[in-house]
Design a protein around this ligand. Structure first.
Ligand SMILES: Cc1cc2nc3c(=O)[nH]c(=O)nc-3n(C[C@H](O)[C@H](O)[C@H](O)COP(=O)(O)O)c2cc1C
Length: 487
C-alpha cells in the first residue's frame, strides 16, 4: 500500500480476476451518444475513452451496450458489438485505455421489457413474464411484451457468449454483465417481474437459473482470456422486488463464474427507483454504500465488491475503502465534472477540483451527446481538450461573475489574454448562493471549492454586471466557454 499520499487505500492496486488494477477507482459505465446512429465508433468516442483513461481511473467501463438489436435495445446510442463491424474500432478503444495505464471493460445489456419499441424488429420486447413497463427515461420501456420461450433463452445465452468472445479478441480486459436496474437478467431474478411457473420461475433456484446459465456460457466460451464483472442492484427498492439477502445468496452462486461484483441499486424503467441508481443532489452522498457493505460482510463471498453512487470526492472513497465497506469505488459524474479529480487528490490539491453538482444535466445526455453542466469540454474532447495559446494577447472584458462569466474569464486567462471580469454583487457566483439556500441543494453552494476554482486564475474582478443564470447552467457555461476558447 502506498503511504506517500493522504489516500493510501484509493491509490493501492487490486487484482480483479487476472487483471491488476493500479488503484481502486473505476470509471462507472455511461452511455454517451458519441457513436454514429448505426453504432459505429467515431473519433469523438476514441477521444472520450482516452480522456477517461487520462483521469487516472484504473478501470474504464463502456456503458450499457446491447447484445441483441432485434429484441433488446434500450437506447439509440450504443456501439454495435453484435457483429465484427466494429472490431477495428473496439481494438483502438482498448489501445487508448492501455496506452494510458487503464484497463477497459464493456457493459453488456439486454433491456427486456425496458427495450425501446421503435428500436426493435417488430416493436415487441421479450421478458421473463409479461409486465408492461410504466415508463423510463427518454421513452425507454415497452408495453408489448412476449414471454420468452426456451429457444429465446438459448439464443440470449449464446449472444452473450459470442459477444464476450469478440471482446476478448478486441483485447478488452473484462466485460460487465448488466444484471442490475431491472434489465432482462434482473427481470428473471426479481420476484416482481418473474411470474413463470416453469424451470425459470418461482423458487430462488429457478429465478437465478437464467443469469447463472448466461454466466456459465460466457465463462465456458472465454475461459480466463476475459474477466467477468457483474453489476447488480443490491436492492431493487420496489416492494416485492430483489432484496439484499437474496442477492447475497445469488452472488455466492455466481462467484464460481464471475470475478467481481459491482453493487448499484434500484431500477431504471420504473422512474421512482431510477433516482437511487443515479442519485440527484437531494440524496445524501454515498447512500448506496450500505448495500455493498452487506456483501463485504458475508464471509462466503470471496470476490471483490465495488460500490457506486454519489461518491463525489476521493476522501469519501478513501473512507469507504479504509473501513472495509467495499474493495473498489466507481464514479461516473464526479470524473466528468472534474477529470483531474484523482490527480489533484494525489497531489494534495483537492481544492482545485471542480465538484459535481449532481444536477442531472448529464442524465439528459444519454440520447443526445455526453455533456456536463460545469465542464463544457466533456463530450467535446476532440475539439477542446487542449486550450489554444494566443498569438496575440487581447484585453478581454467579461460581464457577470456567475458560473459562466467565471468560466469564460478563466479560459481566456489560461489562453494568455488579459482579463477583467465585472460583477455587480459583492461576491462571485451570486445566484449559486441564492439557489443553494435550499438545504437539499447544498452541492451547489459556491463555497471555496467552486468560487476559488473559478476565480483563482481571474486577474481582476470589478463588481458590476449581472450574475449568470444557473437555471440552465450547461448552456450558460458552454456558451461562455466556446467563444472564450475560439476567440
Ligand atoms: C450520462 C450517464 C449515463 C449512464 N449510463 C449508464 C449505463 O449505460 N449503464 C449503467 O449501468 N449505468 C449508467 N449510468 C449510471 C452510472 O454508471 C452510475 O451508476 C451513476 O451515475 C451513479 O454514480 P455517480 O454518482 O458516480 O455518477 C449512467 C450515468 C450517467 C450520468
Amino acid at each position: 500500500m502506498s503511504s506517500f499520499n493522504k489516500y493510501p487505500h484509493v491509490f493501492s492496486p487490486i487484482k480483479l480476476g487476472t487483471m491488476t488494477l493500479k488503484n481502486r477507482i473505476q470509471f462507472a459505465p455511461m452511455i454517451c451518444a458519441l457513436e454514429t446512429p448505426k453504432g459505429e465508433i467515431t473519433q469523438e468516442y476514441i477521444d472520450w475513452i482516452a480522456q477517461q483513461a487520462r483521469t487516472g481511473a484504473s478501470l474504464i467501463t463502456i456503458g450499457g451496450t446491447s447484445i441483441d438489436h432485434e429484441t433488446g435495445d434500450d437506447f439509440e446510442s450504443e456501439i454495435d458489438v453484435t457483429t465484427d463491424m466494429n472490431v477495428v474500432g473496439l481494438k483502438r478503444l482498448a489501445d487508448e485505455a492501455h496506452y494510458r495505464g487503464a484497463k477497459i471493460s464493456i457493459e453488456l445489456v439486454h433491456a427486456g421489457r425496458g427495450a425501446m419499441p421503435r428500436l426493435l424488429k417488430d416493436g415487441v420486447a421479450i421478458s421473463s413474464s409479461v409486465f408492461p413497463a410504466t415508463g423510463g427515461p427518454e421513452g425507454v420501456g415497452n408495453t408489448h411484451i412476449r414471454e420468452m420461450n426456451y429457444s429465446d433463452i438459448e439464443h440470449i445465452c449464446n449472444r452473450y457468449a459470442d459477444i464476450a468472445e469478440r471482446m476478448a479478441r478486441c483485447e478488452f480486459d473484462a466485460i460487465m454483465l448488466h444484471c442490475a436496474h431491472g434489465n432482462l437478467i434482473a427481470q428473471f431474478m426479481s420476484p416482481s417481474f418473474n411470474h413463470r411457473t416453469d424451470w425459470y420461475g418461482g423458487s430462488f433456484e429457478n429465478r437465478m437459473r437464467f443469469p447463472l446459465q448466461i454466466m456459465k456460457a460466457v465463462r465456458d466460451r472465454v475461459g480466463r482470456k476475459l474477466n467477468i464483472d457483474m453489476r447488480i442492484s443490491g436492492d431493487e427498492l420496489i416492494e416485492g422486488g430483489l432484496k439484499v439477502e437474496e442477492m447475497i445468496e445469488f452472488v455466492k452462486l455466481a462467484q464460481q463464474y464471475v470475478d467481481s461484483v459491482h453493487v448499484s441499486v434500484g431500477l431504471v424503467i420504473e422512474a421512482d427507483y431510477f433516482y437511487y441508481s443515479m442519485p440527484p443532489y437531494y440524496h445524501p452522498h454515498c447512500h448506496n454504500v450500505k448495500y455493498a457493505e452487506a456483501f463485504k460482510k458475508c464471509p462466503d463471498i470471496h470476490i471483490p465488491v465495488t460500490t457506486v453512487g454519489s461518491i463525489t470526492t476521493v476522501a469519501e472513497a478513501e473512507e469507504i475503502l479504509a473501513s472495509g465497506k467495499a474493495d473498489m469505488v466507481a464514479m461516473a459524474r464526479p470524473l466528468m465534472a472534474e477529470p483531474d479529480l484523482l490527480k489533484n487528490a494525489y497531489a494534495g490539491k483537492e481544492d482545485q477540483s471542480r465538484p459535481c453538482l449532481r444536477c442531472y444535466e448529464c442524465a439528459s445526455a444519454v440520447a443526445h451527446q455526453l455533456h456536463c453542466a460545469v465542464n463544457p469540454t466533456c463530450g467535446r474532447e476532440t475539439q477542446y481538450r487542449v486550450l489554444p495559446k494566443v498569438d496575440e494577447k487581447k484585453k478581454c472584458v467579461v460581464i457577470g461573475g456567475g458560473p459562466s462569466g467565471m468560466l469564460a474569464a478563466q479560459v481566456l486567462s489560461k489562453r494568455g489574454h488579459e482579463v477583467v471580469l465585472f460583477e455587480k454583487e459583492q461576491e462571485l457566483g451570486q445566484k449559486l448562493y441564492e439557489i443553494s439556500n435550499l438545504s437539499f441543494k447544498s452541492d451547489m453552494r459556491p463555497d471555496s471549492e467552486v468560487v476559488n476554482l473559478f476565480s483563482d486564475l481571474i486577474p481582476e474582478v470589478y463588481v458590476i454586471g449581472d450574475a449568470a443564470s444557473v437555471g440552465n447552467m450547461r448552456h450558460a457555461t458552454a456558451s461562455a466557454f466556446i467563444p472564450a476558447v475560439e476567440c
